[in-house]
Design a protein around this ligand. Structure first.
Ligand code: COA
Length: 286
């Protein structure tokens, strides 16, 4: 049943981002549309605050990151994140910049709840970092992506190069990084930078539908599964085998709703569902 949209309070109040909770979906919205949601230090602080709050908010099951207006994000703020900080001593500069690395990469990478990037328009440079750090991504067909760093004289840092080589094929990553050419949402989907692209008018609806699908899953198993998919990539087969065994035991031990038992009982004894086709009926509803 719809609970409508809840706007949680923040202290200090958010100035460059917006947080909304809608039926288990936490919308974390970059909110500087007049600056094409360029990521300034204040915006980075706000996004970190939202993600940290959503992670422990029981009302939030899935987080969607998107941008206000017609833009996902024009990347790092060239004025407030670069030029205005250039004069600061190195340590002070790093202190100001820390929230960017934190929310755009580390927090998202190890996030306890599933995350979706919803790319609704321009997506440049530094915006590729949170885009790739999210578990899934959906773009509007006509969204415009660009690794524009080469166009204004820097190497794609802030994990952007690492992020594109983790998702795109070598030729594609290299082509777009060294030409700075833009590509649209359809092309991003074809290159597997995003999971899918849809017509702009369907973007929110499709993202919400996917978020609800994820919200219906067992959260303990969801957390273990998404972490395992990330972690095993760097492991040998033997280490992965042992890690997955340990993670499976951890999920069994930690799962308050005892999902495995419910799943087996409902299929084998009650014959009330088919695990190949849908999830078990979650008694806790949590
Ligand atoms: N950093 C700082 N300010 C930015 C910005 C950025 N990354 N992207 C946009 N803005 C600001 C513009 O300076 C402008 O500010 P103003 O109104 O005070 O002059 C405002 O946002 C609107 O931008 P504008 O360029 O007029 O919008 P547009 O719709 O015509 O073009 C873009 C949109 C995204 C194509 C264009 O703004 C752009 O190329 N931005 C830079 C993208 C980029 O290279 N990012 C990489 C960062 S790593």
């Amino acid at each position: 049943m719809s609970q409508g949209i809840i706007t949680p309070e923040f202290d200090p109040p958010l100035t460059c981002a917006r947080a909304e909770i809608e039926n288990g979906v936490g919308w974390a919205i970059l909110n500087r549309p007049d600056k094409r949601n360029a990521m300034s230090p204040a915006l980075n602080d706000d996004m970190l605050a939202i993600l940290e709050a959503f992670e422990i908010d029981e009302r939030v099951k899935v987080v969607v990151i998107t941008g206000a207006g017609d833009t996902f994000s024009a990347g790092m703020d060239l004025k407030e994140f670069f030029r205005d900080l250039d004069h600061l001593p190195y340590n002070q500069k790093m202190r100001v910049k820390r929230s960017a690395w934190q929310w755009q990469w580390k927090t998202l990478l190890y996030y306890q709840k599933p995350t979706i990037a919803m790319v609704n328009g321009w997506c440049f440079g530094g915006a590729f970092t949170p885009l790739v750090a999210c578990d899934l991504a959906i773009a509007a067909d006509d969204a415009q992506f660009g690794l524009s760093e080469i166009n204004w004289g820097i190497i794609p840092g802030g994990q952007v190069t690492k992020a594109i080589t983790a998702t795109m094929a070598h030729r594609d990553a290299m082509f777009y990084a060294i030409t700075g050419e833009t590509f649209d949402g359809k092309k991003a989907s074809e290159m597997r930078l995003v999971n899918e692209s849809v017509p702009a008018e369907r973007l929110r609806e499709r993202t919400y539908e996917l978020a609800q699908q994820l919200a219906g899953k067992n959260p303990t198993v969801m957390r273990g599964t998404k972490m395992a998919v990330r972690m095993v990539q760097e492991m040998s087969w033997d280490v992965s085998d042992d890690y997955l065994m340990a993670k499976s035991s951890e999920a069994l031990f930690l799962d308050p709703e005892r999902g495995r038992q419910q799943g087996l009982k409902q299929f084998l004894d009650d014959k009330s569902y088919k695990p190949g086709l849908s999830g078990y009926a979650r008694e806790s509803g949590e």
